[in-house]
Design a protein around this ligand. Structure first.
Ligand code: TRP
Length: 372
């Protein structure tokens, strides 16, 4: 088995084995019993049915809190370093499902400070501007303005700072070095930053002046931050945050994390026009054979196909239809061109609507932002 891959919030490399990652990180798999429990609150999201969200920490406890009537808050975030692509919105769509299902308040952190400190090419003005741009995509997903607080770190720092330094005082440099793989060349802001990502776990408790559970839906690459948070939370007088982890959505170029820095055509941005989306989908990496004859005879390989992955993660929520696409591929009944066209139709239909909602979000952005 391949053990060579690396997953931290700052580096994802190699072929990620998600089962090995559960062991390395010490998280728990979302098993059938837990799925059955979640299904009591409403239809299971396809990302749960398909183990896109597949791992957790203390999710049972959060549901206990909910059942006792204590409720819980949701917390997720985005590092605003550039435009939003489909890999970014995937966990946010799931966050909205959680908000709808549990009527929970969502704290959405935009880490303009983080991206400024970690990227030489970005100024603080740049990351702030991206923050406001990215917020349009977040709002377009349909979060409830009454239950959603979006904030830029630099605009909410008065509220967060006292808790951030209380957290910072409990975290050693040696821990940061080991968890994030930093060394002496990292700037000191990046070393401090995890204490800023910690605070939103407690914002609901701070606001309500009593301990409230917090559930963080996020890509599993963000787990290291919250492992640190969990170690110090009780010492600060709060509950440990609970987590629900997603696998990273592959790019159209193959299986690595869908990244803005990978080949430009391997990612679909939410603001791409129809022609661009068409070019990207039609050039996607698939599990097809070298010739039509071979594929008719031997079938394709959906396991390695990015078109199949897109259907699985986002664009074919109907399990029966997904299973049919899968078996038609394996049997050679459907060829890659046709499959790409089907995906293109779904992606464009989705994006056209998203772009309309994104425009409308400009009128209501102030209903979502909190500042101090
Ligand atoms: N650090 C994350 C990033 O670079 C952004 C982030 C902040 C986040 N808080 C979060 C992501 C909570 C998930 C959950 O993208």
């Amino acid at each position: 088995m391949n053990q060579e891959f690396v997953v931290t919030p700052y580096v994802v490399s190699g072929e990620v084995d998600y089962d090995v990652l559960i062991e390395r990180f010490g998280t728990k798999r979302i098993d059938e019993d837990l799925l059955a429990r979640i299904a009591k609150y409403g239809p299971l999201h396809h990302m749960l049915r398909r183990q896109v969200f597949y791992s957790h920490r203390d999710l049972e406890w959060v549901l206990d809190e909910y059942e006792k009537g204590n409720g819980f808050s949701l917390y997720t975030g985005r590092g605003p370093s550039g435009p939003i692509h489909l890999g970014h919105i995937m966990p946010w769509i799931f966050s909205k499902y959680l908000q709808d299902t549990f009527r929970a308040t969502l704290w959405f952190q935009l880490t303009d400070d983080e991206k400024f400190m970690f990227y030489d090419h970005l100024s603080l003005e740049d990351t702030k501007r991206w923050g406001y741009d990215n917020a349009l995509d977040i709002i377009a997903l349909g979060f409830d303005p009454k239950l959603t607080n979006i904030f830029l770190d630099t605009e909410y720092i008065k509220t967060m700072y006292p808790t951030a330094i209380k957290a910072a005082k409990k975290i050693n440099f040696s821990t940061i070095r080991a968890v994030f793989g930093f060394d002496n060349s990292n700037n000191i802001g990046s070393i401090f930053f995890t204490s800023i990502q910690t605070v939103p776990c407690f914002l609901e408790s701070m606001e309500r002046k009593k301990k409230v559970a917090c559930l963080i839906p996020c890509g599993i690459d963000q787990d290291p931050h919250f492992r640190i948070t969990r170690d110090i939370a009780e010492g600060l007088g709060y509950y440990k945050p609970a987590l629900i982890h997603a696998k990273l959505m592959p790019s159209l170029g193959g299986s690595e994390k869908m990244s803005t820095s990978a080949s430009a055509d391997a990612t679909i941005f939410t603001t791409d026009d129809k022609k661009t989306v068409k070019r990207k989908v039609m050039n996607a990496f698939t599990g097809g054979r070298v010739s039509v004859e071979e594929q008719r005879k031997l079938g394709g390989n959906p396991e390695i196909c990015s078109v199949h992955a897109y259907n699985m993660f986002l664009f074919e929520p109907d399990d029966d239809k997904l299973a049919k696409l899968y078996s038609d591929c394996k049997s050679g009944k459907i060829l890659c061109g046709e499959c790409k066209q089907l995906l293109l139709d779904k992606v464009w239909k989705y994006l056209e609507e998203h772009q309309r909602k994104r425009e409308k979000a400009k009128d209501v952005i102030e209903d979502f932002f909190v500042r101090d």
